[in-house]
Structure formats: structure tokens, C-alpha cells
Design a protein around this ligand. Structure first.
Ligand code: MLT
Length: 417
């Protein structure tokens, strides 16, 4: 008799985005007019076409597969050398950060990498997770058996939650009590759009080095940082090569959510201990994991990602990011003008705002859906500390972003009146 993984039974009924989809589908069935007006600002999925440089590279790479001489079968599991070199050079060395080509591991997504990284970490580790945060960090730890059951408020026994709130600007500091071994950080943050300053990130790195903590730094939204004083990579901080793994993605800069390409950086001097206390590099373990469990990202996709680093590709990515950043400014302004407390939207594609009139996150989600026909994301779906907040995604057309700003203003005016 096959026994299932009981840990899955501890998870809340649905992952956040499927639950949103369920409610939206029910609404659309019940209200066809509302369905016709519906604008989706829930999941952070890009809407604009791929950069032309990526399209051209996809076509050219597909043509290579059409002849025996240039055909490619299995590629290197950790990524083709051409893409690893382009990433290490453009994203790191050109910015004064020493990262070698073979410290870059190309994959099909940061979500997968953030989850799969648990394969090379011991189950004895004590994990710390920001709250609110991208639900994948908590849920994958539950699946791996690192937690007890969920409390009624949704918090899992065995995880340390790092509370973000308006007072700390949704940048939780390192814990002052209790021992942790691994901490997730995400800046620019999903969902709050908060970005750690250089000093705040330096505090985390100093804490990690002093307490032998591994930092899992998710920088999927780094392209949205406009303020040049803010760090875009954790490796901008001295000592981070000895305590941090960084996750990056082409989803939100190159619009690759459907194309699928990302990478993880594992510096060679980063170590963790074996049961007998010997320190071993994590780089070799991650390479072993990739070569055993993964057959690499598609060749044509890696060529498309490489094209984002050409001069034309860089200009097109910048234009795409500027488009979504423009939407974010419009949405942020609308929420602030309506009197809501607002975070994010300046160095991130997400606007994080307080629900009006003491409504809960899901109550305001339902109100936006039924009264304004706009899908948002309830803050409580990202953790306890998100209750009373909501997230608007700026990934949309300009027309839709402007219309959502108008409807939000109207709804809150109606509410006040
Ligand atoms: C989100 O909406 O939070 C993101 O799209 C999720 C993701 O990138 O997987």
C-alpha cells in the first residue's frame, strides 16, 4: 500500500492563487456583466509581449534545431556556458561583484529553485520566514516535513516568522532571540514592494556570519529598483559570498513567466556542516542535485535569455520595466489619494495598501471583485501579518492600470460618501 506524504495534509486547503482563481470563476459564472468588465491585478503575471530581441533569438534557435549540424539534444543541466557567462558578466562582474560563470545555475524558474534548494539542506535546520511573504517558502517547508500543524491563524509550528509591519517598513530585522539556521529574504519584496537598504541588508549579512545562518535571498524583482542607493544583489554586501544563495529570474524583467528561465547563484566558498560537523561547500551539492534531477532549461529559451543581455535586449527590457513601473506609480497614487496606507510601487511592481474601514483582506478582495470588478490579492494570503492589507499587481496594460486606479478611487469615494 502506497503511503502518501502526510505533510501535504497540513497545508491550507489551497495555494493562494488557485483560491483566488476559484473565487473569480464563481463570480464570473454568477455575473456575466462583471466578467466582461473584469481586470486582473491579482497574480503578478506579465501582460506585455516579449522583447523583440528574445523573439528573434527564439526563432533563430528553433531554426538551429532544424538541421543535423546545428541540432541540440540534452544540454548541460546547469545551463549552457554562453548564458552562464552572460549572466555572470552583466548582472555581477560589470557591477563590481565577483561571481564566476560556474557559480551560476540556470533553471526553469525561481519558484522551483526556492523550493528545490531544500533538497540540499538538512531537515534538522530551523527555518525563518518573513511574514508577509511569497507563500512558496512556507508551503515547501511544510511539504518537506519541517513543520508541525498549522495554528488557526495559519502559522505553522516549527517555523520562525519574521514579522513585517508598517513600523519596520515591512523590512523585518534579524531575530534577537532563538536559534535559526536558514532565513529567507525577498527584496524587492513580494508582496509588499519593500526594499532593504544597504544598511539593513548589511545587518542581515553580519547576523548570518556571526550566527552561522544561511540566507536564501530571492531577488526576482531586482530590475524594478529605481533608487541607485538600494542594493540589487546580496553580493553587494561584503561577506555575503560566505552566507548567501541568490535567486534571480527572467520572468519579471524579460517577461518570461510563460517562457520559463531563471538562475540561482551558489558561491563556491559557501559551506554548511555535515552530521559530524565537517564543513562542505554547497556548490557541489547543488550541482549534484541539478545533474541528477534536472535535464536543463530548453536551448531555445536559454538563447532568448542570452538575447536580453545584448544592447538591444537591454534597452527593450528597460522599456518593459519602465512600462510596469509607470503602472505602479499610477496605482500607488490612486491608493494614496484615496487615503490608504501605501507601501511599495516605487522600486517594485507591487503596491501594498491597507484595506479601508477595518475590512479584512478577503472582505476587501470580495468587495473589489463584486463592486469594482477588479481582482487583487488579499494580504492575509501571504501570512498572518498581511491581514488587513492587499496587493495590487502593476503587471498590466497602461489602459487597464489607469482604469483600475479610476475604479479604486470611485469605490473608495462611494464608500466614504
Ligand atoms: C505572484 O503573484 O506573487 C507571483 O507571480 C508568483 C510567482 O512569481 O510565482
Amino acid at each position: 500500500m502506497a503511503r502518501l506524504n502526510d505533510n501535504y495534509c497540513k497545508l491550507k486547503a489551497g495555494y493562494l492563487f488557485p483560491e483566488i482563481a476559484r473565487r473569480v470563476n464563481a463570480f464570473c459564472e454568477a455575473d456575466p456583466d462583471g466578467k466582461a468588465r473584469l481586470i486582473r491585478c491579482g497574480i503578478g503575471d506579465v501582460t506585455e509581449p516579449l522583447p523583440p530581441a528574445a523573439i528573434a533569438a527564439l526563432h533563430a534557435a528553433a531554426d538551429e534545431l532544424a538541421t543535423r549540424d546545428t541540432f541540440r539534444g540534452y544540454g548541460p543541466e546547469q545551463g549552457y556556458p554562453f548564458l552562464r557567462a552572460a549572466i555572470a558578466q552583466n548582472d555581477y562582474r560589470d557591477r563590481g561583484i565577483e561571481i564566476a560563470d560556474d557559480e551560476i545555475f540556470v533553471s526553469d524558474g525561481s519558484k522551483c529553485d526556492c523550493a528545490n534548494i531544500l533538497d540540499i539542506l538538512g531537515d534538522q535546520n530551523h527555518f525563518a520566514i518573513p511574514d508577509p511573504v511569497y507563500p512558496v517558502y512556507a508551503d515547501t517547508n511544510v511539504m518537506a516535513g519541517h513543520t508541525g500543524a498549522a495554528a488557526p491563524d495559519g502559522a505553522f509550528a516549527g517555523l520562525t516568522y519574521l514579522a513585517g509591519n508598517a513600523e519596520n517598513g515591512f523590512v523585518p530585522p534579524p531575530p534577537t532571540t532563538g536559534k535559526i539556521d536558514v532565513a529567507y529574504l525577498c527584496f524587492p519584496n513580494n508582496p509588499t514592494g519593500a526594499v532593504a537598504t544597504r544598511a539593513q541588508l548589511a545587518e542581515w549579512v553580519a547576523y548570518a556570519l556571526a550566527n552561522d545562518v544561511l540566507l536564501l535571498f530571492d531577488a526576482a524583482y531586482e530590475a524594478y529598483i529605481q533608487d541607485p542607493t538600494l542594493p540589487r544583489s546580496i553580493y553587494e554586501i561584503e561577506g555575503a559570498r560566505r552566507c548567501a544563495i541568490e535567486f534571480r529570474s527572467f520572468s519579471k524583467n524579460g517577461g518570461f513567466t510563460g517562457v520559463r528561465c531563471a538562475f540561482t547563484v551558489v558561491p563556491k566558498e559557501l559551506t554548511a556542516t555535515t552530521a559530524d560537523g565537517t564543513r562542505l561547500p554547497l556548490h557541489g551539492l547543488w550541482l549534484r542535485r541539478m545533474t541528477t534531477k534536472f535535464n536543463g532549461t530548453a536551448y531555445i529559451v536559454q538563447r532568448a535569455a542570452e538575447a536580453l543581455y545584448t544592447p538591444q535586449g537591454k534597452a527593450q527590457v528597460a522599456a518593459l520595466v519602465a512600462h510596469y513601473t509607470g503602472n505602479a506609480a499610477i496605482l500607488r497614487q490612486a491608493a494614496a489619494t484615496a487615503g490608504l496606507r501605501v507601501f511599495g510601487g516605487e522600486n517594485a511592481p507591487y503596491i501594498w495598501a491597507s484595506a479601508p474601514d477595518g475590512l479584512s483582506s478577503w472582505e476587501f478582495f470580495d468587495k473589489m471583485l463584486t463592486d469594482a470588478n477588479v481582482v487583487i490579492t488579499p494580504g492575509s494570503g501571504f501570512g498572518r501579518a498581511g491581514e488587513g492589507w492587499f496587493r495590487i499587481s502593476a503587471f498590466n496594460s497602461r489602459k487597464n492600470a489607469t482604469e483600475v486606479a479610476r475604479r479604486l478611487a470611485d469605490l473608495l469615494k462611494t464608500n466614504a460618501g
